[in-house]
Design a protein around this ligand. Structure first.
Ligand code: KG4
Ligand code: ZN
Length: 411
């Protein structure tokens, strides 16, 4: 079966087309997933001057990029077949589409121009991020997905963005055929623990069995990616700040340290919550204390900030892994692209929990993309009757899937 996936939760417009064997929600363990297309436009440079993502601008850019990207993805997947004559919409179809796009007439025009003169592609379902994220941005993806579902007569599956990050970490590149990548999806042993670290989230999630999520702890203020972005801004670095801080920290000569190290927030608290707002303020004070800050001092501060975040993340994750006796630890989200954090987790798990398997996402799949939404969509059932709505604060635990036994009981 084939799925087209749409991601627009933040500042990346991502479209992927994936192919696999098995029906929706029933793909076999270790199934091969072939990437027919994977295209992305990042708005990072546009948001750079604001030092963060500006929702109205994100929405406008997603709307501008959406149809050209869908066409590019169909073409990459060799599924783009021009028709001799433009398709005439039935009254019912027209009414449904008008309703979907009633707040976005320009997107509707772009949709008709791009899609009415191509034949219906061989695609079985559409997956779309429904939350969490920026609601104006999410709606662009959701409306496009619903419209494609109407036009092509296929189901639309809402996907939790954070579940997308989890499954991205479970993909291993297997082979390449006809220039297309094939991935295998690891099957997990439960209980498993996930640490999600992105621009909007920092949470430790326990998975007692497949598809169930219990949030053990989360940030009480800033997400870790948000802290990276804000600290980067204080140091005069570009947005997104994570990769910039990481590059700067690498330049610090060994042995050079801050005289007054930054705090390691909540390192010894007895719960699994995090807090990064105070750390950010400490960085601000550290900068203010220095009358004329040199590039080397900036790098030393960046490194201590990265070290602090790393120590806290590793300590809390390992403590939770030990408490819940997990077989596996999964790291997911944009911040898991960070080299220091990756290396620290590899070393700590090897040293303290040698029996536990650590899953890290391929660096390219760490940050937002359509592929991860497609894979999460493939794992879901296609029986979604309700209208999909954008849920900015959609929580992973709301997304727990019932077991087959529970489903039978409900009948
Ligand atoms: O998952 P993601 O692409 O988007 C959200 O769902 O939020 O994560 C984006 C976040 C940004 O805050 C960015 O600064 C951070 O991930 N990030 C990094 C690195 N690459 C991206 N943080 C630290 N080190 C990196 N190498
Ligand atoms: Zn993300």
């Amino acid at each position: 079966m084939r799925i087209l996936a749409i991601e627009t939760s933040c500042d990346e417009t991502g479209i992927a087309i994936l192919e696999t064997t098995g029906a929706l929600g029933a793909i076999s363990p270790r199934a091969q997933i072939k990437v027919l297309a994977d295209v992305l436009v990042s708005q990072a440079s546009i948001h750079a001057e604001f030092g963060g993502v500006f929702p109205a601008l994100a929405r406008r850019e997603h709307a501008k990029n959406m149809m050209p990207l869908i066409i590019r993805a169909l073409s990459e997947a060799d599924l783009l077949r021009p028709q001799q004559s433009v398709r005439i919409l039935h009254t019912k179809e027209k009414e449904t589409l008008e309703k979907i796009f009633y707040k976005e007439p320009e997107l509707f025009e772009a949709f008709k121009t791009a899609l009415l003169d191509i034949s219906i592609p061989d695609i079985d379902a559409i997956a779309v991020t429904s939350g969490p994220g920026l609601e104006p941005a999410l709606w662009v993806g959701i409306n496009t997905a619903e419209a494609l579902g109407t036009l092509w007569g296929v189901p639309v599956i809402p996907v939790n963005h954070m579940e997308g990050h989890i499954v991205a970490s479970l993909l291993t590149h297997k082979s390449t055929t006809d220039g297309k990548k094939n991935f295998a999806l690891a099957s997990l042993h439960y209980p498993a623990l996930t640490l999600l670290i992105s621009g909007g989230h920092t949470e430790l999630v326990l998975m007692a069995r497949a598809g169930t999520y219990e949030v053990l702890g989360q940030t009480r203020d800033d997400a870790v990616g948000e802290a990276f972005d804000k600290v980067a801004r204080m140091l005069g670095l570009a947005y997104p700040g994570g990769p910039e801080i990481s590059k700067l920290a690498e330049q610090v000569p060994t042995g050079k340290k801050l005289i007054d190290p930054l705090p390691r927030p909540m390192l010894s608290s007895k719960n699994f919550d995090f807090s990064f707002s105070g750390l950010k303020t400490s960085v601000l004070y550290a900068i203010k204390k220095i009358p004329s800050i040199t590039p080397e001092m900036k790098a030393i501060i960046a490194k201590d900030f990265e070290d602090s975040v790393t120590e806290v993340l590793v300590a809390k994750t390992l403590a939770a892994a030990k408490k819940y006796n997990v077989y596996e630890i999964i790291l997911g989200g944009g911040v898991s692209a960070n080299k220091k954090i990756r290396a620290a987790f590899i070393n700590a798990v090897r040293r303290e929990l040698p029996g536990v398997t650590l899953f890290l996402p391929d660096q390219k799949l760490s940050t937002d993309n359509g592929l991860m939404i497609g894979v999460a969509g493939l794992l879901r059932s296609s029986k979604v009757a309700k209208k999909i709505i954008a849920e900015g604060h959609l929580c992973l635990s709301q997304n727990s899937r019932p077991t087959l036994a529970e489903l039978r009981k409900r009948k």
